[in-house]
Design a binder for this molecule. Structure first.
Ligand SMILES: CSCC[C@H](NC=O)C(=O)O
Ligand SMILES: [Zn+2]
Ligand SMILES: [Zn+2]
Length: 416
């Protein structure tokens, strides 16, 4: 049944940095056989399989639908979980505990369960439906979705719309995402004169770094306040969180206590919404967070936000101008679901690689009334919520795969 199949997928340990892709591939291929879908394994990089399933539509001229999910999950600290993270234990209230239960093995199998239901009801798609299972999303997707989106194979699929992951919703409204923030990874380094631990002097490395950290924290608070006041959503502000601190002179028992070190550094995970001005943030980093006048340097790893010809960030339209958006909302509501306001995904997903091609990509994981537990301890999803999600996808796939398109639809696609 659907729940045991979900458990079986969750029990395959595909945690980074050593995901067991051979087991997950075997599992998905056997599921695909039981559904009579055409299947293909594409390895742009050896050992990093993309599983591509195809449900052929009656009109091959129409653009296709791509249902994407990633097969890898993040690592789990086993001893901090109430149940082992790769056991998929179901407790008395029906909560299924496993790494990947929300992010995002649920979605991958819900696509397939929905197809199973639609097939057995005799539904025949007009548009071709592809289901892709990609590796390595959790480490940036470079050997997965990035290469897939850039490939000739992908171009031949003639994809018109991509669905990818969203987030759980603590309330009754499902969440839909039309864009995502850009990760910037910043390391700032301070240097200064070393000295005796008892001496008060200016310009030590630690003091220089701490001044920066204070400045970063003021900025962080200003952004967080906007969220707390309800003025902005998580995805609409710039988040800054410290990822590491590195300083001190090691000694056999820990650190030397009476020596002020000559170097100190800190790393930050920054997420920049497509609506923010990257230039002004870069300026802030150079002038306030790592000013050379305070003996500071920085290294910035940026995932550049793609912009269109007029310099506007690449977003998926979340209104009537995008028929796929309206169809999705309609199909969710038809299946009894509620939908909240369109959001910007606060983290980063593979959807960006498809959006960068100019394709509409919508982030959606059907989990309502569920705490957001991705990457957290005790990640779980309730089984009835999981089953509801299958019903939702039945409705969505049906609506998408039967969509003939407005008269303009495919002609205007040609121009793109
Ligand atoms: C930017 S590559 C890392 C992608 C990762 N995605 C999910 O958590 C993230 O940190 O958002
Ligand atoms: Zn994910
Ligand atoms: Zn994740």
């Amino acid at each position: 049944n659907p729940i045991t199949r979900f458990q079986e997928y969750l029990q395959i340990n595909t945690a980074q940095p050593n995901p067991n892709y051979s087991e997950s591939t075997k599992f998905l291929i056997s599921l695909s056989k039981s559904l009579n879908l055409e299947s293909q394994i594409i390895e742009f990089v050896k050992g990093k399989p993309i599983i591509l399933l195809k449900w052929v539509g009656k009109n091959p001229k129409l653009s296709s639908i791509l249902l994407n999910s990633h097969t890898d999950v993040v690592a789990a600290e086993h001893h901090k979980w109430n149940y082992p993270p790769f056991k998929a234990h179901i407790d008395e209230s029906g909560d299924i505990y496993a790494r990947g239960s929300q992010d995002m093995k649920c979605v991958g199998l819900q696509y397939l369960e929905a197809i199973r239901e639609l097939k057995s009801s005799g539904f025949e798609p007009i548009r071709t439906v592809y289901v892709s299972f990609v590796p390595d999303e959790e480490i940036g997707g470079h050997d997965g979705a990035e290469k897939f989106a850039a490939s000739d194979e992908f171009e031949k699929l003639n994809v018109g719309i991509v669905l990818d992951e969203g987030l759980a919703s603590p309330n009754e409204n499902y969440r839909l995402f039309y864009a995502e923030r850009c990760p910037w990874w910043l390391v700032i380094k301070a240097t200064g004169a070393p000295g005796h631990g008892s001496k008060l002097y200016d310009n030590s490395a630690m003091e220089n770094l701490l001044k920066s950290i204070e400045s970063v924290r003021r900025f962080r608070a200003s952004q967080f306040d906007l969220v707390k006041a309800g003025l902005k959503a998580q995805g609409e502000v710039i988040s800054v969180n410290m990822a590491f601190l590195k300083a001190g002179t090691p000694s056999p028992t820990g650190f030397v206590m009476n020596l002020q070190p000559s170097e100190a550094e800190a790393g930050f995970d920054i997420r920049v919404p497509p609506t923010a001005d990257p230039k002004s943030l870069e300026k802030r980093i150079a002038e306030e967070w790592a000013p050379s006048s305070r003996n500071m340097t920085f290294e910035l790893g940026q995932f550049k936000q793609k912009v269109d010809m007029s310099g506007k960030p690449v977003l998926t339209a979340a209104d009537e101008s995008n028929p796929w958006w309206a169809l999705l909302e309609g199909a969710i509501k038809k299946a009894g679901g509620k939908v909240g306001r369109p959001e910007i995904f606060p983290a980063s997903t593979d959807a960006r690689y498809f959006r960068d091609l100019g394709l509409p990509a919508i982030g959606f994981s059907p989990m309502a009334n569920t705490p957001v537990l991705l990457h957290d301890h005790n990640e779980f999803l309730n089984e009835s919520e999981y089953l509801k999600g299958i019903k939702i996808y039945e409705s969505v796939i049906k609506a998408y795969a039967s969509y003939h398109g407005k008269p303009m639809d495919d002609a205007s696609r040609e121009e793109l």
